[in-house]
Design a protein around this ligand. Structure first.
Ligand SMILES: [Zn+2]
Length: 189
């Protein structure tokens, strides 16, 4: 009787051990599935413009912009944080934008990208990592976040603007109605 019960008593701990070995494989598999699901959900949407929080939306009344409303979104992040192209396109401008003097405008390293039907602008950058004429992929790292120009702290001012881009950084867009809401739905991959 004792010999027969011996294998049975060993079966319990052995199967518990096997279950424990399966769990470490299950967790990475679930994580990969989650990432794939997020990537699938994000396809076709604009890429998130930086790893940060959007704290000032488009369209709110402000006294410091000539249109009287916030023409883009402000994204808070750390100085030097990566800035990503929200969609594939062609870089049409790298340099000053609306810059009247020190502490004004969008800083000396702002970027404008032409996406065909619309343009996107990236302001207050610490450093631009692309050149005019360059083709960029959706999600490509194009700049380091900064606080250049009229800015009270490190943030990205992201705009979505309807063409045309005039090519003149002092007056790059025509009228206040050319600014549209960049939206709230982002793909993270
Ligand atoms: Zn802003």
């Amino acid at each position: 009787m004792e010999r027969r019960s011996l294998p049975a008593s060993h079966a319990g701990p052995r199967s518990r051990l096997a279950r424990r070995r399966r769990i470490p494989l299950l967790l990475p598999a679930l994580l990969v599935a989650l990432l794939l699901a997020l990537a699938w959900r994000g396809r076709g949407r604009p890429h998130v413009p930086t790893w940060g929080l959007m704290f000032h939306p488009f369209g709110t009344p402000v006294d410091y912009q000539t249109c009287g409303f916030h023409t883009g979104q402000d994204w808070f992040s750390w100085p030097g944080a990566p800035i990503f192209a929200i969609a594939a396109g062609t870089v049409v401008h790298v340099g000053p934008l609306w810059l009247d003097g020190p502490g004004q405008g969008r800083g000396p390293q702002a970027i404008v990208i032409d996406h065909g039907g619309y343009l996107s602008t990236y302001s207050h950058n610490r450093e631009a990592l692309v050149q005019p004429g360059q083709q960029v992929r959706r999600g490509q790292r194009i700049a380091e976040l900064g606080s250049e120009g009229f800015s009270r702290g490190p943030h990205l001012h992201l705009e979505r603007v309807m063409p045309p881009f005039t090519g003149d950084w002092r007056q790059p867009f025509v009228g206040c109605r050319s600014y549209v809401d960049p939206g709230r739905e982002w793909g993270w991959f």
